[in-house]
Design a protein around this ligand. Sequence first.
Ligand code: IMP
Ligand code: MG
Length: 174
Amino acid sequence: MSERIRILLEEEEVNQRIQELGAAISRDYEGKQVHLICVLKGGVFFTCELAKRITVPVSLDFMSVSSYGDDTKSSGVVRIVKDLDESIENKDVIVVEDIVDSGRTLSYLLENLKSRKPKSLRLCTLLDKPDRRVVPVNVTYTGFEIPDEFVVGYGLDYAQRYRNLPYIGIVELD
Ligand code: IMP
Ligand code: MG
């Protein structure tokens, strides 16, 4: 089976929106330091672009989680593949994700992080598919709400490919 990628969000549009999110975070956290937690692997491109556009002091950490279940449906039971290097106690934390889909992975992750006593904990996602939500998740910063389509690019993959596309595209199977 072969696939084609149809552009949903052009590179320019994505960059412009990330600029706006960076400005909003810089305003909201004025006088503070933000601790960004990048959720690997999908969040890595977005985290880098976002961090470059934040003007208050930024520190970074990385976490990798894997959801039990099949490839198309996350079960909500999450295994931490790579945990944070540093404690988040008393830090102003923003979790940076590529996409919120059912919300299962993130609601688990946020509960886990909350128990580590950050000073504050917010979520920033590049994309949100609200139609797919099963578990409610409180998202503070959203790049784009998109329809229920399978998308790739800017960190998002299809069978581990296309993460490096500088735009967001919809996968169309022939
Ligand atoms: P959730 O637990 O269902 O919210 O799962 C979210 C995770 O599923 C994301 O972090 C992505 O890794 C993956 N995912 C959901 N939708 C897409 C998509 O359209 N393209 C690529 N990956 C996706
Ligand atoms: Mg992901």
